[in-house]
Design a protein around this ligand. Structure first.
Ligand code: ZN
Ligand code: ZN
Ligand code: FE
Length: 761
């Protein structure tokens, strides 16, 4: 109540403050401090007018920051004096629309403990209701069509709340006050179980029936939060194999979902760091070491030390897994590399050849969002894929940027839109290699521009003219188009999330990216600033016989490195790789190299991993990108401390490393019968020593003491860990990626920041 000694203040809170129970929180906080006034949601954030004694107003302001609701994220809180209105009480004002639309949208959030308790309580009116949610949990990003975030702007607009739900929605003291997806069995979305032909099989308890069908070995398409999953019982080898055949996914690991940490611990090692990740509200897929023996089908993750595992994140998942299934394969509902299905009719037409049954619901998904994947390595959780649960939370950069759209690369594409000091990366879009994925890319650009209210002035893109993302960028008019070299963008991505400004030493290691000299780079040491870089060192070029075929068939890279190392004597080598070459396969490849036919040159470290994997006999072809390199890392023997000799040489002002010497030592080890595990470790140790050594040389040359690590090769935990440690030991400050993936999924952030810096320069 406003009394004598009362003053008035206006507080503006920005960040994720809508749809997360912020206004009821403020309402209750005002009651706690006995303040009068009002709180309103505006498009630029939450605006509070508060009246009371100064001491209470101060305490109120600091409590906003410390006691905020679990999903709220405050980026900015301003307090300014206001005129006394003589308010009698504290009220929540109705939503108002304003010109500026800078409010942040919450990511989708896993079902909270309160809702779960209600769902399993037979006395609750939402007992076993698969769409239960509240202001602290439920769908957000995937159901929003426009801002401000209100029910008519979401896919919940088709459901009219019943009086009970409406009463909760209207009550500021209720957990469901203004929970836009609020629903119950009377008024909200419903599940149905359908056959592959689309006829309804079960409406009474479709989830129980679905669980029974899974236990009987059937493949089910299950509509989730950000799209469909294909599900099978993970302990049923025949069913998992059937899923692999139908989905045309030969060896790439399938993700698993189990109801509890205890159930996961039956087949995988769960350490404390993993427990926190698994149970976080984002519920990513977490890579966990397999326990041996385990009851999970061999075909879930063949030749892999890890399982990718997640806990349930929707109420529907919890209900499904409460029927006695220990672990489900939950892989994205698509055919090989297409985007996941989100639409019911589309799912029926695309997945009918794979799924026996469809567990459907009628709450629409506006924007698909794949499951996120994280791995704990080198002391941090790191993204392999940043998507559902994290998007559209921005990465905050050091300085405000002009509105910029960055289009990403070709594989694992994401886009990035910037607004002031916020960089919004999209969900995982996928490999831009077919029309469906390109459509999804274009849809995401349009959708994010709308809901973030950003009209880009700069469009950043890769140098590669064949990438569909580049072609999209070049087709944009009325904007400044800025090409950014791939490996430069990787380093700037890591610099941006670490708030670094150059110059730094950047180690940019990956599989493929077009260089400024038209060759394919990937083992690059750059002296790097946001707007520019100098290539200080790299691996000597070797041919990639067959171009892209050499990526899918590491034996080609094996032969190329052998030819590079041994010249014409390569034919005399006694290696399993050469013996395995039937007919004149090897001769054809050697000829391609000699004549320079379809054999672009590369300095890629990813290709060197592939080539070594082939030479030691680990893998001659791969079923998915990076598989050979991954398997080479996984067999490494941590007890092996040896290394190979190697030396940088200098040409003009660049340092270069000849992989020939390394390859000759590896061949000698292989013919001597040294294990592939020991060779792998020696290879890793050698890379660590050589690149740490070059950094020391560059420090002497330039005085730079900060080293930034990025690029897909740094998904290799062994290399990331040992190289970071070796650099830190000699006094370098080492920075790597934690907020976005080190692979091409994080590239768009670097493109955006680099392009904005180039324009300014
Ligand atoms: Zn909840
Ligand atoms: Zn209802
Ligand atoms: Fe890359």
């Amino acid at each position: 109540m406003t009394g004598t000694g009362s003053i008035a203040r206006k507080l503006i809170v920005r960040g994720i403050v809508q749809g997360v129970g912020f206004r009821p929180f403020i309402y209750q906080l005002a009651a706690r401090f006995d303040l009068a006034g009002e709180v309103a949601n505006t498009s630029s954030g939450v605006v509070i007018h508060a009246e009371g004694p100064a001491t209470k107003l101060n305490a109120f302001a600091s409590a906003i920051a410390t006691d905020k609701p679990p999903l709220a994220h405050i980026t900015d809180l301003t307090v300014e004096p206001a005129d006394l209105r003589g308010s009698e009480s504290f009220i929540i004002a109705l939503s108002q629309k304003q010109a500026s639309r800078t409010a942040l949208i919450s990511p989708d959030v896993s079902v909270c403990d309160d809702c779960r308790r209600e769902m399993f309580d037979p006395a609750n009116r939402r007992f076993r209701y698969p769409f239960i949610n509240c202001t602290n949990c439920g769908p957000r990003y995937t159901i929003i069509d426009d801002i401000p975030y209100d029910r008519p702007k979401t896919s919940m607009r088709h459901f009219q709340m019943c009086p009970d739900c409406q009463a909760e929605y209207d009550d500021p003291l209720d957990r469901r006050f203004h929970a836009q997806p609020n629903a119950c069995p009377v008024c909200g979305p419903q599940c149905t179980l359908m056959g592959a032909d689309g006829h309804v099989i079960e409406q009474e308890d479709p989830i129980k029936t679905a669980a029974r069908l899974l236990k009987a070995g059937h493949i089910l398409a299950v509509k989730g939060l950000g799209g469909f999953h294909l599900a099978v019982d993970a302990e049923n080898e025949a069913a998992v194999q059937q899923l692999r055949r139908c989905k045309h996914r030969e060896e790439k690991p399938f993700a698993l979902m189990s109801a509890s940490l205890a159930m996961i611990a039956a087949y995988a090692d769960v350490e404390d760091v993993h427990r926190d990740l698994l149970t976080s509200i984002q519920r990513p897929i977490v890579l966990l070491e397999k326990k041996q023996p385990n009851a999970i089908s061999k075909s879930v993750a063949p030749r892999n030390r890890y399982f990718g595992v997640m806990l349930p994140y929707t109420p529907l998942h919890y209900l499904l897994l409460s029927e006695g299934l220990k672990a489900l394969v939950m892989t994205s509902g698509n055919l090989s590399e297409e985007p996941i299905c989100i639409d019911n009719a589309d799912a029926h037409s695309r997945l009918a050849a794979v799924a026996d049954y469809f567990l459907m619901h009628d709450r629409g998904i506006y924007l698909r969002s794949d499951d996120s994947i994280v791995r704990h390595c080198a002391g941090q959780a790191r993204f392999l894929r940043r998507s559902r649960g994290y998007v559209p939370m921005p990465v905050f950069v050091k300085r405000a940027l002009p509105p910029t759209l960055a289009c990403g690369a070709g594989l694992k594409n994401t886009i990035c839109l910037t607004k002031e000091d916020r960089a919004f990366l999209s969900q995982h879009i996928g490999d831009l290699e077919n029309q469906e994925t390109l459509d999804f890319f274009e849809l995401t650009v349009r959708h994010l521009k709308r809901i973030l209210d950003i009209e880009p002035e700069i469009v950043a893109h890769d140098l590669h003219p064949d990438y569909l993302s580049t072609q999209f960028a070049l087709a944009q008019s009325g904007v400044q188009r800025v090409p950014v070299q791939h490996h430069h963008a990787h380093i700037v991505s890591a610099m941006a999330e670490n708030h670094l400004e150059g110059p730094v030493i950047g180690l940019s290691f990956d599989g493929t990216g077009l260089g400024t000299d038209g060759k394919i780079w990937g083992g690059e040491v750059l002296l790097c600033e946001a707007h520019d870089f100098k290539r200080a060192g790299f691996l000597d070029y070797v041919p990639m016989p067959g171009s892209n075929a050499a990526i899918k068939e590491p034996w080609r890279m094996g032969l190329s490195y052998l030819q590079h190392a041994f010249g014409s004597q390569v034919v005399d080598l006694d290696l399993p790789l050469l013996q395995a070459m039937s007919g004149d396969r090897a001769a054809v490849v050697f000829q391609m190299i000699d004549k320079g036919l379809n054999s672009p040159e590369t300095s890629s470290l990813g290709r060197l991993f592939d080539g070594i994997a082939a030479i030691v006999g680990l893998r001659d072809t791969v079923r998915f990108e990076g598989q050979a390199a991954m398997e080479l890392e996984m067999i490494a023997d941590p007890a092996e401390k040896g290394h190979y000799d190697g030396q940088w040489y200098r040409t003009e002002d660049q340092y270069r490393l000849d992989p020939g010497l390394l390859v000759r030592q590896i061949v000698a080890d292989t013919t001597r019968g040294v294990s592939a595990a020991a060779i792998s470790s020696r290879f890793h140790n050698t890379l660590t020593r050589l690149f740490a050594e070059l950094c020391r040389v560059l420090r002497t040359d330039t005085g730079l003491e900060r080293v930034v690590l990025s690029g897909g090769v740094f998904q290799n935990s062994t290399l990331l860990t040992t190289l970071s440690a070796a650099l830190a030991k000699t006094g370098f400050k080492v920075y790597s990626q934690q907020l976005v993936p080190a692979n091409d999924g994080g590239l768009s952030l670097g493109q955006a920041v680099a392009a904005a810096a180039m324009v300014k320069h």
